[in-house]
Design a protein around this ligand. Structure first.
Ligand code: PLP
Length: 390
């Protein structure tokens, strides 16, 4: 029986660029001691206080069907947090609670793209972006960014492909680059969206992990609140990746329709998970900073080690849980560098190419192992790169 083109074509065919990741996993399964710096998952678990709140909510009976749009008190808590951080009036009617940021990305594109429409996204990109756009029947078109611009998208490059497109998906703080978009970049993005009638889908799941500069939500820029859908999540900010709790923030009308979509797809998020998320958000910035602190420390460790040599360059690591290294001076592609590093040093990193053509000649390093181990790995990566140039 034939399956739909939408589902069989979801990944776009061809290699997904994750060969090296799977190779590292295979080597590990064969008993080899591989240090994995690949995946964006914290090396700490969800805080015990959040787990206690989750348990209390479940035991007290919040285990039946929950409100599909999200529990009112969680929607209110998210709205208040966003209003406080952006200055833009936000109520519970602007919030849909979703099973994680990924589901929010799908919902946001469903809200604004019809079958056959074009959805824009920036390269390098988080692995699921093109597939998420295809999943709603739209056509993903990448906007190339450049290492010399620290991978921040330029207004002219957006405008070059914006004609007839429906949406633009951006992500700051950025995975895979660790770059936090500047005000100038966001102003350019906003101008392009307004000029070409684009919806902006702003993935802000790393908004609590900023080491330098400032996270500005583009929804707060003039003329943008009515055309922006913000994707948020508890995954990264509160080490709750497995709890699957996130949200879409947007104009009331869009959220009203998205509630319909949720009724026909996810049917909401478990009540005890929502209660735990509300508890976590009510702990304020203290808990967020505790979760972010290891990445801040490791980012400083990486910056220091990279500064001590001139073969490997670091892309300004201003936020998120990754550092991106420019290894073009070795003459190798990110794929070949990553493969040789895995074979010779038993260290697994993600080749830049797996995030799109713009990041060729780079590797992404997840800062997700203990500080001492991370420092040791970075030194070995740098020495390995130096060795290739001699
Ligand atoms: N957006 C970005 C940029 C990510 O890196 C991730 C996960 O790694 C997600 C969205 C999805 O996160 P979640 O669905 O766990 O909220």
């Amino acid at each position: 029986m034939l399956l739909s083109q939408r589902i069989t074509g979801l990944t776009g065919g061809g290699s997904d660029g994750w060969d090296l990741f799977y190779k590292a996993r295979r080597m590990k399964a064969e008993g080899k001691d591989i240090l994995e710096l690949t995946i964006g998952e914290h090396d700490i678990s969800t805080d015990p206080t959040i787990l206690a709140a989750m348990n209390a909510a479940a035991v007290s009976g919040h285990t039946g069907y929950a409100m599909v749009p999200g529990v009112d008190s969680l929607r209110r808590t998210v709205a208040a947090r966003i209003q406080e951080r952006t200055g833009i009036e936000t109520t519970l009617d602007n919030i849909l609670i979703t099973p994680g940021g990924q589901s929010a990305l799908f919902a946001a594109h469903s809200a604004v793209c019809d079958a056959g429409d074009t959805g824009l996204y920036c390269d390098p990109y988080y692995a699921t972006y093109p597939g998420t756009i295809r999943a709603v029947g739209a056509k993903p078109i990448a906007i190339q960014t450049r290492p010399e611009d620290d991978f921040e998208p330029k207004q002219a490059d957006i405008e070059a492909v914006a004609n007839g497109a429906k949406s633009l998906l951006i992500n700051s703080p950025n995975n895979p680059t660790g770059v936090v978009y500047s005000r100038k970049t966001l102003d350019g993005i906003a101008a392009a969206c307004i000029k070409h009638g684009l919806w902006l889908i702003s993935d802000e799941v790393y908004d609590t992990q900023v080491w330098e500069g400032e996270h500005i939500s583009p929804r707060s820029l003039p003329g943008m609140a009515e055309r922006t859908l913000v994707v948020g999540s508890m995954s990264k900010s509160h080490a709750m990746t497995g709890s699957r709790c996130g949200w879409v923030i947007g104009p009331e009308e869009a959220i009203a329709h998205l509630i319909n979509l949720a009724t026909h797809t996810t049917y909401g998020v478990p009540g005890y998970i929502q209660d735990a998320a509300e508890f976590a958000l009510n702990q304020g910035v203290g808990l967020e900073e505790k979760v972010a602190a290891p990445f801040r420390r490791r980012r400083d460790i990486a910056s220091k080690i990279i500064a001590s040599q001139n073969v490997v360059r670091i892309v300004p690591a201003s936020g998120a849980m990754y550092v991106m290294l420019d290894i073009r001076a070795t003459g190798l592609s990110g794929d070949d560098f990553g493969d040789a590093l895995l074979e010779q040093e038993a260290i697994a990193v993600m080749p830049g190419e797996s995030f799109g053509a713009s990041a060729a000649g780079h590797v992404r390093i997840a800062m997700t192992v203990a500080d001492a181990q991370f420092a040791e790995a970075l030194k070995r990566i740098v020495n390995f790169a130096k060795g290739l140039t001699q």
